[in-house]
Design a protein around this ligand. Structure first.
Ligand code: NAX
Length: 331
């Protein structure tokens, strides 16, 4: 039998946490043959709720779940973890300035970076979910210099899956037959959902999405804004932000990273830019990637038209501004 893997979920008493921990305990993230020990971190005001989640995990009698650490101590939470899913953060409240929210999250991610660096397994893979996800991941990277930069990522897989879902709905095909959509840039409304390289499996072979949809107007306007604004649409409908889809996509992100992407398929991940596609190096930016042997690689050589270029640059610009704002909070 395999040795259990320790998986950290921060913000585990929150809504995404509540959807995510049972998925991890069921093997959705790391595989049906991989035992896990869940480390759950939250802050003292949520300690009682966190204990309630722990009680439910015990009650569910998950066969793969070999242990539970539920704590408000960041060092205890980070010790020995090989996967860290960072869902905890400070939410934007009505009337708060962007800078105030950024400042709170910068201080959270700075201190959690230090704890991970000092206490996590050396090869720990980190996924930041909490917003501003890209910039929180960048701060985490800056303050955990001994964690390889390849091991620090942020979640744009939910946006990627939303894009696949919209195309499947439009064409009335199975979502599993649609692949290679791309989310470029920030996990925010400036993200660029790009289907120029996406395809659909049909009885007569793999066909480009653009050819099958045959409605460039829809693809260039409504499709893009629907994906960009989906988070807001869920909040409007549910009065709470996306949770089950965020949790499921976080599992997809880690599973593909650890176990590999299928041949010929790429997925979107927020990763440290090396300057590929003219994106400024030193930002955490969402790119198309393939994964193999536990490492992601940015898909190279995709042709970029002028329409895409503008949108990729606009979201890069927003990330550069967020980076400047984040650094101005570091005092
Ligand atoms: P909740 O407010 O329900 O849960 C957040 C939890 O984090 C709370 O239990 C809170 O006590 C805890 N927390 C706060 N500060 C902490 C700290 N310093 N250490 C540990 N825990 C801490 O929010 P939820 O709906 O679960 O969303 C969590 C985060 O995910 C938010 O930042 C949200 O904006 C972000 N999202 C990101 C998405 C993505 O695709 N990247 C999509 C979904 C979601 O909107």
């Amino acid at each position: 039998a395999k040795e259990p893997v320790r998986v950290l979920v921060t913000g585990a008493a929150g809504q995404i946490g509540y959807a995510l921990v049972p998925m991890i305990a069921r093997g959705v993230m790391l595989g049906a043959d991989q035992p896990v020990i869940l480390h759950m971190l939250d802050i003292p005001p949520a300690a009682e709720a966190l204990n309630g989640v722990k009680m439910e995990l015990l009650d569910a009698a998950f066969p793969l779940l070999k242990g539970i650490v539920a704590t408000t101590d960041v060092v205890e939470a980070c010790t020995g973890v090989s996967v860290a899913v960072m869902v905890g953060g400070f939410p934007r409240k009505d009337g708060m300035e962007r800078k105030d929210v950024m400042s709170k999250n910068v201080s959270i991610y700075k201190s959690q970076a230090s704890a991970l660096e000092a206490h996590a397994a050396p090869s720990c893979k980190v996924l930041v979910v909490a917003n501003p996800a890209n910039t929180n991941a960048l701060i985490l990277k800056e303050f955990a210099p001994s964690i390889p930069e390849k091991n620090i990522t942020c979640l744009t897989r939910l946006d990627h899956n939303r894009a696949l879902g919209q195309i499947a709905e439009k064409l009335n095909v199975q979502v599993t037959d649609v692949r290679n959509a791309i989310i470029w840039g920030n996990h925010s409304s400036t993200q660029y959902p790009d289907v120029n390289h996406a395809t659909v499996k049909t009885p007569s072979g793999e066909k480009p999405v653009r050819e099958l949809v045959a409605d460039d107007e829809w693809l260039n306007t409504e499709f893009i804004s629907t994906v960009q604004q989906r988070g807001a649409a869920i909040i409007k409908a549910r009065k709470q932000s996306s949770a089950l889809s965020a949790a499921s996509s976080a599992c997809d992100h880690i599973r593909d990273w650890v176990l590999g992407t299928p041949e010929g398929t790429y997925v979107s991940m927020g990763v440290y830019s090396d300057g590929s596609y003219g994106v400024p190096a030193g930002l955490i930016y969402s790119f198309p990637v393939t994964c193999s042997g536990g490492e992601w690689t940015i898909v190279q050589g995709l042709p970029i038209d002028e329409f895409s270029r503008k949108k990729m640059d606009a979201t890069a610009q927003e990330l550069s501004e967020e980076k400047t704002l984040a650094y101005s909070c570091l005092n």
